[in-house]
Ligand binder design. Structure first.
Ligand code: CA
Ligand code: CA
Ligand code: CA
Length: 471
């Protein structure tokens, strides 16, 4: 581990001073969003208010499509984890799928965390073989305050020039304790599905798309995709979703959905009792076979799935949108009394959906949060202590030139919230008129219900972290 004291140059903008500081975001309510769900006439509804903004400079390659994670410690301080090509680690030698042996740049997994005096510190958590997004997730342990980072790391696989292990970093004072969660397709012992030509135990490329969840007791879940050998069609379309359950001291591995191209875009959440729910895209076309009666064979459909751990530890997998697809995050949340929630921006239907379940994941009820074509990417969802559901996501107003590009004058972060039994109330927070803003959104709720949202300003390679409060 190496400290990088010069990397993080932070500027803070308070809401009051925002207009006076160059580059500080502005806040604007949007009539389109707030009116359409029909707020009561003359009634003052709840509102999300911007408290403060922090801008953190990075030297990250702005072409990285995803790979940022936000966490908030029990005392309210935030941290952001991300990755970028290493400036100092030696190159990595690997054999690609054609048998060649190139040298490729190593990558660093970094974390920037807010200090008690409001300054920021940047630490390199680990240096690994090249990373493929999404490669990092992070939570803060409510019992110790320690940051816990799940990432794709470790050595390359044979034939795949990228990091191919599932790794965990647990903060220990100024340093991190690093461990390997899984190394290969057989690390998770649960048997394969009864599938035609199963591959669930094969290959040495695991760890893509880590997801982390922790509950108030410190029980931890970590999901990741097992992509077998990491490059062939079977590896991708028969991928497994696997999970580690335990605590920051150690995880026990299981398979959730094998051989079906499952686990893409996944996240995971956890109940107060320590049961996990994970939502993900399945992109394969696996045939489940009945050895006694082939008329019972069936195909696992492509779509968006939720798997909920039952009281006996088994998994109940439900197809919640057939042919649904996501190129961003499929967000998950849980609150006792509210149940489970899932949100993603569907690529095919071009809508931001919210699905909720109050029967332990057996049935799911949909509602569209956004129905405009480009708004809703990279959603994050969470509940406030009063049961209000909060969703933060990328806002994009199409340019009026017929292209799919967002207007740089109107892009940013949109926050939608819904009180129990109430309508969605939306507010858009735009940033610099000249910049590409509001990318790679993530959100975490502090213990005092402060809503902390991060996004990436792709023009200046700055991380924007803002605190909000429902009023
Ligand atoms: Ca491996
Ligand atoms: Ca496996
Ligand atoms: Ca902008």
């Amino acid at each position: 581990m190496r400290a990088l004291p010069t990397l993080s140059l932070a500027v803070s903008c308070t809401a009051l001073a925002a207009a006076a500081l160059v580059g500080c975001p502005t806040q604007e309510g949007e009539a389109e969003g707030e009116g359409e769900e029909g707020e009561g006439e003359g009634e003052a509804g709840p509102e999300m208010v911007l408290l403060e903004t922090h801008l953190v400079d990075t030297d990250v390659d702005v072409s990285i499509p995803s790979g940022f994670a936000l966490a908030v410690r029990p005392d309210g301080r935030f941290a952001v984890a991300y990755g970028r090509a290493s400036s100092s680690a030696p190159q990595v030698e690997c054999e690609d799928s054609f048998g060649g042996a190139p040298f490729v740049d190593a990558w660093d997994v970094l974390v920037v965390d807010e200090q008690a005096d409001g300054t920021f510190r940047t630490r390199v958590v680990d240096s690994t073989a090249p990373l493929r997004s999404p490669f990092v997730d992070m939570v803060a342990d409510p019992t110790s305050g320690a940051l816990i980072i799940g990432y794709t790391g470790g050595a390359v696989a044979v034939g795949a020039c990228e990091a191919c292990d599932s790794r965990l970093a647990v903060e220990n004072g100024d340093t991190f304790t690093l461990s390997t969660v899984a190394t290969d397709g057989g690390s998770s012992p649960t048997p394969c599905r009864a599938i035609f030509q199963p591959v669930c135990g094969e290959g040495d490329c695991v760890g893509l798309n880590p997801g982390l969840a922790i509950n108030a007791s410190g029980q931890l879940a970590m999901t990741y995709v097992d992509q077998h050998f990491g490059f062939g069609e079977t590896d991708i379309y028969k991928a497994d979703l696997e999970i580690g359950l335990g605590n920051s001291g150690g995880l026990t591995l299981e398979s959730v959905a094998t051989d079906s191209g499952s686990g893409y875009s996944n996240t995971v959440t956890m109940t107060d009792e320590g049961r996990a729910m994970t939502a993900y895209a399945t992109i394969g076309n696996a045939r489940v076979v009945d050895p006694d009666d082939t008329s019972n064979d069936y195909i696992i459909d492509e779509g968006i799935y939720a798997s909920t751990q039952q009281e006996d530890g088994s998994w109940s997998e439900v197809l919640i949108l057939e042919e649904g697809s996501s190129s961003g995050r499929i967000a998950t949340a849980y609150r006792a009394g509210s149940g489970f929630a899932i949100a993603w921006r569907d690529d095919g239907l071009e809508q931001l959906f919210l699905y909720t379940s109050v029967d332990n994941g057996a049935s799911w009820t949909p509602v569209a949060i956004e129905q405009t074509s480009n708004t809703g990417k990279d959603p994050a969802i969470a509940f406030l202590s009063d049961g209000t559901l909060v969703a933060a996501y990328s806002h994009c107003k199409d340019r009026d030139d017929g292209s799919d590009f967002c207007s740089q004058a109107e892009d940013g972060v949109r926050i939608a919230m819904r009180e129990q039994g109430g309508p969605f109330v939306r507010k858009t927070f735009t940033f610099d008129d000249e910049d590409v803003d509001g990318k790679n959104v993530d959100m975490a709720i502090a213990a005092d219900d402060t809503v902390v949202v991060m996004s990436f300003n792709a023009s200046s390679a700055r991380i924007v972290v803002q605190r909000f409060r429902k009023q």
